[in-house]
Design a protein around this ligand. Structure first.
Ligand code: SF4
Length: 393
């Protein structure tokens, strides 16, 4: 009797929008080591802060929903306890807070030091959580209908070749931080809706919607607003457009009119962020106008003077920079999906090359911005950086 063999498992490669596609675009080789090789970064500043601020905003929303504390929240009595929960949660996953970003000495200092923005142990990450909650929270929390919504879909594998490609489909997934459902007929007195209403494209889209309700999708980013000519500027737009496509496939979705990205570093920029903001303004690489007073302050600030290493900008300017509105329309969605197909095709190509025996450094291209390379754990052996630029602690 002939025994039949079990057929090969049918596996569809899964790609996450932020974890895979944007990481790959940042540097193919770094993505290979970090994501495929599961080698976590040794100093995960951006990774830690991104996870931390997402967790804090989610918990703060739940606290607001259940207890309705009035704004502004006091950092020491209302926010610090949330930070602690999230810090412990991240530690359980092996993500430890960078010491220059966040203070983990809860017991020793919590009771003895008065609250306020100048709290000596309120390092920049905590300063940002306080501002994100108190500046954005009063308008944002009442708009939230669902938070942390998982979205998934499948697409045809680009450039599929039978016998060579790993699968004829690929899976795409992501998590929408916030979905807000709004009624066209309702005129809410809300700061975020005011930002939306000031956007002409958004207006046109809302008025073309054949329904009384529409949705807004919101994403938090633990980073500065990118320059308008940078790759990140486009990647973030593609990300939200793809989220909109995935969301539109879910049964309970309504027409999606816009995406909003909150760049949370803008609410309390680091010195490095301020230098980059100044550069963006000088080189005309930003879409946010600066007022005369803020401009004078920023342009007269000498970033090389160690005694004057910070400049405080107005709350209005920081808020304007932190909010980015992305109108959602069909044509840009199709373009974004094509872009992502292209990226998946490149990842699959590199993967197949490696499976077929090509050395890692040849199968995956090492190329990134200098700032990314400087912070990269693999710079000493990837041979892409000039050895004189490499400093080893
Ligand atoms: S050093 Fe730069 S090019 Fe090399 S792997 Fe890291 S990010 Fe990529």
């Amino acid at each position: 009797m002939k025994l039949s063999s079990r057929s090969k498992a049918y596996i569809i490669p899964e790609y996450s929008l932020t974890g895979d596609l944007i990481s790959f675009l940042t540097c193919n080789l770094q993505y290979r080591y970090q994501n495929k090789g599961t080698l976590p970064p040794s100093t995960p500043i951006q990774l830690w802060f991104g996870e931390f601020i997402h967790g804090v905003m989610e918990e703060a929303y739940l606290k607001w929903k259940n207890e309705k504390p009035s704004f502004p929240w006091d950092w020491e009595s209302n926010i610090r306890c949330i930070e602690k929960i999230i810090d412990y949660r991240l530690r359980a996953r092996g993500l430890y807070a960078p010491t220059n970003l966040y203070c983990t000495k809860y017991k020793k200092y919590e009771k003895s030091i008065p609250p306020g923005n100048d709290h000596p142990y309120q390092k920049i990450a905590s300063g940002r959580t306080e501002r994100a909650i108190n500046i954005l929270g009063p308008d944002l929390f009442p708009l939230i209908d669902s938070a942390e919504v998982l979205i998934k879909g499948t697409r045809k594998m680009p450039n599929y070749k039978e016998g060579q490609s790993r699968s004829n489909y690929y899976g795409i997934n992501g998590v929408i931080d916030v979905i807000s459902s709004l009624k066209i007929s309702e005129n809410k007195n809300n700061g975020i809706i005011e930002y939306l209403n000031n956007n002409e494209e958004f207006h046109e889209i809302v008025h073309s919607i054949d329904s009384d309700e529409y949705e807004i999708i919101i994403d938090y980013k633990g980073m500065k607003r990118p320059s308008v000519d940078s790759d990140n500027w486009n990647y973030h737009q593609w990300q939200l457009l793809t989220y909109a496509w995935l969301r539109s496939k879910q049964e309970d979705s309504k027409p999606i009119a816009a995406g909003i990205i909150f760049y949370l570093n803008e609410l309390l920029p680091s010195t490095e962020d301020l230098i980059a903001i100044k550069e963006d303004i000088n080189q005309n690489r930003t879409d946010v106008e600066i007022g005369k007073e803020d401009e004078d302050k920023l342009m007269n600030w000498d970033e090389n003077n160690e005694e004057d290493n910070y400049v405080y900008l107005s709350k209005e300017f920081m808020k304007n920079r932190s909010i980015r509105i992305i109108p959602i329309e069909e044509k840009p969605i199709l373009n974004a999906l094509e872009e992502f197909d292209e990226v998946v095709s490149k990842i699959e190509n590199s993967m197949i090359k490696e499976i077929n025996g090509t050395p890692i450094k040849k199968a995956w291209k090492g190329k990134a911005e200098k700032r990314t390379c400087m912070a990269c754990d693999f710079k000493t052996f990837c041979n892409k950086m000039d050895s004189k630029d490499i400093t080893i602690p």
